[in-house]
Design a protein. Structure first.
Length: 410
């Protein structure tokens, strides 16, 4: 009877740069020969021995390379190879057995890195086979991970294009600037989305939304809601019906009942002097005009997916002269201020925008501050940069900010 301690046989002193090898061999003589061959060439490996496939299954997770005998008491042929690779797909397996060119080809096709014929292997060759097997398996794994990363990047790119579309505008007096950034150091895809569409009747509608959570599922749901919103706007449906339909769509498309989305919708009349603001659990937009920066307050309804709301009351707002309406998600104001727990908040954001306007280029030759000029991408970049500086680095949450501007002189 063999104890667990007798399964260990060290071919070289243990160390961080030594390759862990699992020798699966029931014959004591063959096992001793393998260990001696590796010891003769001072191979930087640490050998652990298993006498059966059953014992090997408990040790394979600790190995970078497995030397697997094809004839074991509880495994014959390629059965053991398939079982070990099923447990540890990343391990490099080298099969050992009798001379058989056909069997060697089968072994490689089945996932083995190499096939060695017993009695025909010298120490240098055995060491080289182990090293090459491990490196090939690492290279294969790296290629697989690279391919997965490429596919994921392509999918994320498609989702991002769906979340952050090009505006549809015919009125040359209008301008749109927008920014969207994934939060955190991992830069996972989020569910923030926005859109701007000018309908056939001259009304211009702007949307910003935030699906709770981060990841492909949230991003896909955000794309679904944005595309549905754009379709309904282009079809000329009233705002109440649009939001009610989006709420119904979210309930059908979400992966579980905990997913919800906040929305803010701004509709600007063809005269560009009035508009309507509707919110579903979202932050109020900001109006930037010559009078400064202020929130456009309106009654808010619950987010989409929470409750049975079918009516979203809006508030009419006055828009005089040149103006910009800024819609944003909460990731922009939830960053910390310094080392404490205090957050930026909407008041802090408005102050940053005021500072950015005052330090920006003048609106005209008289040197007036650009508070009445449409907000552009450079100003958004400055504001986001200040928010990050105050936070001491990348923001944890995703953020999106959309500026719809109007200049009657354009």
């Amino acid at each position: 009877m063999t104890s667990n301690a007798e399964l260990d046989a060290t071919a070289a002193p243990s160390g961080h740069d030594h390759v862990p090898v699992l020798l699966v061999e029931d014959d004591d003589g063959d096992a001793l020969l393998v260990e001696e061959l590796l010891r003769e060439v001072d191979a930087p490996v640490v050998v652990k021995r298993a006498r059966s496939l059953g014992q090997a299954t408990t040790l394979v997770s600790q190995a970078a390379c497995v030397l697997l005998d094809l004839g074991l008491p509880d495994s014959q042929g390629l059965q053991g190879l398939k079982q070990l690779l099923g447990l540890e797909p990343q391990v490099a397996v080298v099969l050992t057995g009798q001379a058989s060119e056909h069997l060697g080809e089968q072994a490689v096709r089945a996932g083995a890195q190499d096939y060695l014929v017993k009695g025909e292997v010298a120490g240098p060759m055995l060491h080289r086979v182990i090293r090459y097997a491990v490196e090939r398996r690492r290279a294969e794994q790296a290629q697989r991970e690279l391919r997965v990363a490429q596919v994921l990047a392509e999918e994320n790119s498609r989702l991002e294009r769906g979340l952050l579309p090009s505006p549809l505008l015919a009125d040359g007096r209008l301008s749109v600037s927008a920014r969207g950034h994934a939060g955190g150091q991992q830069h996972l895809l989020g569910g923030d989305f926005y859109d701007v569409v000018e309908a056939a009747d001259g009304w211009v509608h702007a949307l910003i939304g935030d699906v709770c959570g981060r990841g492909p599922a949230e991003a896909a749901l955000g794309v679904c809601l944005r595309v549905a919103w754009r379709t309904l706007v282009l079809a000329g449906r009233p705002a109440d019906e649009i939001l009610a339909t989006l709420n119904q769509l979210l309930e059908h498309e979400r992966q579980d009942d905990t997913m919800f989305a906040t929305l803010c919708m701004v509709s600007v009349a063809p005269d560009r002097g009035t508009g309507w603001v509707r919110m579903a659990g979202h932050l109020p937009p900001l109006l930037v005009a010559r009078g400064g920066v202020r929130e456009l307050q309106t009654p808010t309804s619950p987010p989409l997916g929470l409750g049975q709301v079918r009516h979203w009351p809006g508030t009419q707002v006055r828009l005089d002269g040149s103006w910009s309406v800024l819609l944003y998600t909460d990731g922009l104001i939830e960053g910390r201020i310094g080392r404490g727990s205090e957050r930026l908040g909407s008041e802090g954001l408005m102050e940053l925008i005021r500072q950015a306007l005052l330090t920006g280029p003048p609106a005209d030759g008289n040197g007036e501050a650009a508070a009445g000029a449409p907000v552009d991408g450079q100003l958004l970049d400055r504001v986001i940069g200040h928010v990050r500086d105050l936070n001491g680095g990348d923001l944890v949450d995703d953020l999106a900010i959309l500026a719809l501007g109007f200049s009657p002189g354009r």
